[in-house]
Design a protein around this ligand. Sequence first.
Ligand code: HEC
Ligand code: HEC
Ligand code: HEC
Ligand code: HEC
Length: 160
Amino acid sequence: MGKGHHRHLIRAAILLGAAIFLFFVVRALLIPKSFGLYGHFRGENLAEQASLPIVHGNPNSCAECHDDVWKIKLAGRHAAVPCQDCHAPLTQHVTEDGVQPMPIHKTFALCARCHQKLEAKPKTFPQIDFHEHVVSKDKNLENEEICLSCHQPHSPMGEK
Ligand code: HEC
Ligand code: HEC
Ligand code: HEC
Ligand code: HEC
């Protein structure tokens, strides 16, 4: 074996060592200080999230002013569906400048969010093929507010 072969390996080893060293230097520079403080995430992120403005109200926060709707909902099949899921966050509606308009979504797009039939949904969750469902009742989806003609959104199996 000639001497040349030997040098080759040493050069490669030096390069590899340098690459590994560089990797750890760059890594140390890039990882934020608070990483790993509480777990495999940036510890400071907790304070950052906590300082964001609160948008949604407590799920019961609509009850004090809309007692009528609240009671209807509680007695029906949508008892567990939060008002804010169908309307909008509380802070958009009740503000320092008084009560602002609250959105009301009347089209079947709202219902589709939860009830559109999907293979991946648990079988026990009520889900329908919208087209089939309304056609089976001699209606069609041309009227985008068709669901509300039979279902009262606050108590969907209740009297309409
Ligand atoms: C501080 C009292 C107050 C709270 C809390 C409140 N609202 Fe209202 N809301 C009102 C008032 C006042 C109106 C306007 C008067 C009206 O049309 O009933 C209104 C109107 C609405 C309307 C429009 C009614 C219409 O016919 O156009 C919707 C929808 C609504 N609120 C939903 C909600 C939801 C959902 C919540 C909880 C996230 C909520 N509100 C919390 C006072 C309140
Ligand atoms: C499943 C979705 C859904 C949920 C949950 C829901 N709403 Fe509604 N809400 C609607 C729709 C859709 C309308 C429009 C109904 C219509 O015009 O026939 C409506 C209408 C209203 C109105 C206008 C007046 C009326 O009674 O139609 C108020 C006020 C209101 N909602 C408040 C609330 C409050 C308060 C809650 C929680 C207790 C709530 N909603 C929960 C979908 C929902
Ligand atoms: C945010 C999700 C959500 C939205 C939006 C929603 N629902 Fe529901 N719905 C539910 C849940 C949750 C239940 C109760 C399921 C249970 O008890 O297993 C339910 C129950 C029902 C039921 C009773 C089904 C049964 O077999 O008893 C009907 C009917 C219904 N919803 C119709 C509607 C209509 C119409 C709309 C649109 C106006 C709508 N839902 C919007 C979540 C939603
Ligand atoms: C013509 C009246 C009518 C219309 C329009 C209608 N439904 Fe229904 N829906 C019913 C009746 C009645 C039932 C009870 C079971 C049945 O007959 O299918 C029902 C049942 C349901 C169920 C429960 C299904 C289950 O397997 O538990 C859901 C969810 C539902 N409807 C959502 C909707 C949505 C979303 C729309 C709009 C795309 C809509 N419905 C339009 C009358 C109607």
